[in-house]
Design a protein around this ligand. Structure first.
Ligand SMILES: Cc1cc2nc3c(=O)[nH]c(=O)nc-3n(C[C@H](O)[C@H](O)[C@H](O)COP(=O)(O)OP(=O)(O)OC[C@H]3O[C@@H](n4cnc5c(N)ncnc54)[C@H](O)[C@@H]3O)c2cc1C
Length: 447
């Protein structure tokens, strides 16, 4: 298969088509936290875990409000005994952490190299599923799915682009066919449909506008004193104690004093492996286009498999949005993550392909107008499970990254749980053990 086309590097779920025929039980639907990625990494996301390393428990290195009072510095509206918390990265994960810290009365500072939601958190689809993940990620996703509904109630569904949706798997042929399949699909899906199946209804699937949610998190956190510091994090300043302690974050040749640091730089969290005992995170590039259809369509989200395209089978995902546009993603590339998030460029032929696939699904999309062509990177942990929790061997260091194709879904729960871990040293919402970076603990902190 030509480079750059679908060759097993599918995004979310369409690989399900390959293994189970349409019409099989709901179990054929995606059941892992990595089902849109390279199939070679799928087993890692399905429960295989690296053994936990021999490190101290999270509670032994927690920074409680009381314990940190000696180190605390006034931070705007911060209570006098608040720890100085610096979050590296202003994507959905960093902003969710800031939001849930703020909800507990604790302000923070986000250091962001570009602008809030400038990377995948501003370019993702925003599809949410209650029960498409298994194991620990399944628990996180279930909690987060509920938080999304709470957020829509509290902050406004329209503000966040949130709505519940029905979701279909649709199998099509790229070649026009006069034969009608008899599949029950909404009328706007007028391509050569071969089969279809419900994957979720309004009780189990939903969507949000990722950029709107990320920015709303930051705006709300700002009301409680959180700040954005524009700059590039280049290192973490640690004490020379036997167990090093976070003292600050290096930004633009200066040190921003901090008692607690959170690494939430998405695929750029890889850089933090040079500063803290963390495994290297990687990234996978994927493309998306947004099309304004020529006529209104329903809200059904689609996971498609299109056979007979010029590059073989294609598996684009289509998410109609409340504003009437349709987000279409797929076309992943195995290229390295560029140093500067703002320098990411989409491959034009990948976007051409996505537009062509959309046209094979619906004439309203074929005749519609493209409003955006873009690319971004999924953040991948080495074993496919997100890294969320205290960094081993370093007092005051935390990480939250590696959410792969479910960072928008799992952003709220990640933020809420990490806020609990930072402030209390434990989290009763979700069992966070499987996410602990201590599972990779053999690396030593560099000072
Ligand atoms: C095409 C596509 C579609 C997707 N669709 C969905 C979906 O439908 N549902 C879903 O749940 N998930 C989806 N995802 C996944 C989701 O987008 C990601 O998991 C999530 O956005 C990751 O958020 P993040 O905050 O970890 O990283 P990012 O959004 O990448 O944010 C990291 C931030 O760190 C900043 N940064 C980097 N280096 C530095 C530095 N040195 N100093 C300061 N700041 C720095 C960057 O500028 C960036 O703003 C999709 C992803 C892609 C690629």
């Amino acid at each position: 298969m030509p480079a750059g086309q679908f060759s097993g590097k599918v995004l979310r779920t369409a690989s399900a088509f390959a293994s189970k025929p349409l019409g099989a039980s709901k179990r054929w639907a995606p059941a892992c936290n990595c089902h849109r990625l390279d199939r070679s990494t799928r087993h890692l996301a399905q429960g295989h875990r690296a053994p936990l390393g021999p490190i101290a428990s999270a509670s032994s290195r927690r920074i409680t409000l009381a314990a940190s009072s000696a180190m605390a510095q006034d931070l705007g509206t911060a209570p006098a005994d608040s720890p100085r918390i610096v979050i590296c990265g202003g994507g959905i994960i960093g902003c969710a952490v800031a939001y849930y810290l703020a909800k507990r009365g604790t302000p923070s500072t986000i250091v962001e190299r570009g602008s809030i939601a400038c990377a995948s958190s501003g370019k993702a689809g925003g599809f949410l599923a209650l029960d498409w993940n298994a194991g620990a990620v399944g628990d996180l996703a279930e909690h987060s799915y509920g938080l999304h509904a709470d957020l829509a109630r509290e902050l406004g569904a329209e503000r966040l682009g949130y709505r519940t949706v029905s979701t279909l798997a649709v199998s099509l042929s790229a070649r026009p066919s006069r034969h009608k399949s008899g599949s029950k699909v909404p009328a706007w899906i007028d391509g050569s449909v071969v089969g279809s199946k419900m994957m979720g209804d309004e009780s189990s699937t939903a969507q949000v506008h990722p950029e709107k949610l990320t920015k709303a998190f930051m705006e709300e956190a700002g009301k409680a004193g959180a700040k954005v510091h524009q700059g590039t994090v280049t290192g973490i300043k640690l004490s020379h104690d036997s167990t090093p302690r976070v003292q600050g974050v290096e930004v633009g040749g200066e040190v921003l004093p901090a008692d607690v640091v959170v690494i939430a730089m998405g695929p750029w969290s890889k850089q933090a492996a040079d500063w803290l005992p963390l495994p290297p995170v990687s990234g996978q590039k994927a493309h998306s286009v947004i099309i304004q259809p020529s006529s209104p369509i329903t809200s059904h989200c689609l996971f498609t498999q299109i056979s007979g395209t010029k590059s073989g089978n294609a598996e684009p995902e289509l998410y109609p949005r409340p504003d009437g546009s349709v987000y279409i993603c797929g076309e992943s590339d195995s290229v390295g993550v560029p140093d500067d998030p703002l320098s990411i460029q989409p491959r034009e032929d990948a976007c051409d392909n996505l537009e062509a696939y959309a046209g094979m699904v619906s004439s309203a999309l074929r005749e519609g107008a493209t409003v955006k062509r873009q690319a971004c990177y999924l953040p991948l942990s080495p074993d496919g499970t997100p890294l969320i929790g205290a960094v081993p061997h370093v007092e005051g260091a935390f990480v939250a990254t590696g959410h792969s194709c479910w960072g928008i879904l799992n952003g709220p729960a990640t933020g809420a749980c990490l806020a609990d871990l930072i402030l209390d040293g434990s989290c009763s919402r979700v069992n966070m053990k499987a996410f602990s970076p201590s599972r990779f603990a053999s690396r030593k902190a560099r000072r």
